[in-house]
Design a protein around this ligand. Structure first.
Ligand code: NAD
Length: 286
């Protein structure tokens, strides 16, 4: 734990990476209003037009007193925690830098391959990393609800499908949250998600196979994110839906995670964590 955090007499110094992105701007806004944190760095990609400007400009606020930069390595020593919402390759490079400087990370980026997730686990042996494909508090509660439903209903009498909708700019599909839902459902049923997941369908697919979890993806407009898990039985169906009306709850959840990892790990701490740790689901055995 850093002296600053341990003493409780100062603020947690946070750096936002991907600061000019959709999530980055939400995070800057929360950083400027959350009393436990001090915005210390706003990092954008090299060559960005924002470099050299004040971070407040990203959110239409008065001066934040932080100059936007692309040099995370040069700023890392002055940070307690970094929140990163960029892309898989960029996030891995940021993990390398933070591991080198012992700075904890909260990572919201989605779309990591299995190999990239293995690299993330290696960096987590050198610093604390909390990664969640969905930082929202209530969607993490939804993960528990769908696991409960899958265990109670089983995957034989009920066919399980996941439907997700996102804005037109999203680049990965199915969404990280939809895939996480699939993993949660497969775990609850004792299935291997790699075998059970049917991530898309097209053409003469034949009848639906048993022990599968199907996915459907919609893209368009400005939908922040909607996920429905359907348990389709004979003559009835159960639907569990989570809807995001804006990106704000992801930013707020990210700061809850940043506070948790700062208190849990501090500088020098290690480990790979998830929102389950933050919400106490693991310690309570939920
Ligand atoms: P976005 O494209 O609006 O923002 C990404 C930003 O990262 C861009 O500004 C880009 O320039 C910047 N960037 C890329 N490489 C960089 C680098 N090397 N250094 C600094 N900045 C860099 O995307 P977004 O909607 O903000 O989403 C970002 C990521 O977060 C995506 O993977 C998305 O799926 C994910 N996401 C996760 C959650 C969650 O709750 N975990 C919620 C929303 C989005």
């Amino acid at each position: 734990m850093t002296d600053k955090v341990r003493d409780g007499d100062s603020l947690i110094r946070v750096g936002i990476v991907g600061a000019a992105g959709r999530m980055g701007r939400e995070l800057i806004q929360v950083a400027l209003s959350n009393g436990a944190f001090k915005l210390e760095a706003a990092v954008v990609r090299a060559g960005s037009e924002w470099i050299g400007q004040d971070a407040g400009a990203l959110v239409g606020a008065a001066s934040a007193g932080v100059v936007i930069s692309s040099d995370l390595a040069g700023l890392a020593e002055g940070l307690d925690v970094v929140i990163d919402f960029t892309g898989p390759s960029a996030s891995l490079e940021h993990m390398r830098i933070c591991a080198e400087h012992g700075v904890n990370m909260v990572i919201g980026t989605t779309g990591f391959t299995d190999e990239q997730k293995a690299q993330m686990a290696q960096f987590a042996e050198k610093t604390g990393i909390l990664w969640a494909p969905n930082m929202g508090t209530s969607v993490n509660v939804a993960f528990k609800l769908i696991a409960m439903a899958a265990k109670a209903l089983g995957g034989v009498d009920y066919d399980i499908e996941v439907l997700e909708t996102h804005h037109r700019h999203k680049v990965d599909a199915p969404s990280g949250t939809a895939l996480k839902m699939g993993e949660v459902l497969a775990d609850a049923l004792g299935w291997d998600f790699k075998e059970a997941g049917v991530l898309s369908r097209e053409g003469m697919t034949g009848e639906r196979q048993d022990k599968t979890i199907g996915f459907a993806t919609l893209r368009g407009g400005d939908v922040a994110g909607e996920h429905t898990v359907l348990f389709l039985g004979e003559g009835e169906r159960l639907e569990i839906t989570h809807r995001s009306n804006s990106r704000k709850h992801w930013a707020q959840g990210s700061f809850r995670a940043a506070l948790w990892i700062s208190q849990q790990c501090g500088r020098g701490g290690v480990g790979l964590y998830s929102m389950d740790h933050v919400l106490g689901f693991l310690s309570e055995g939920v």
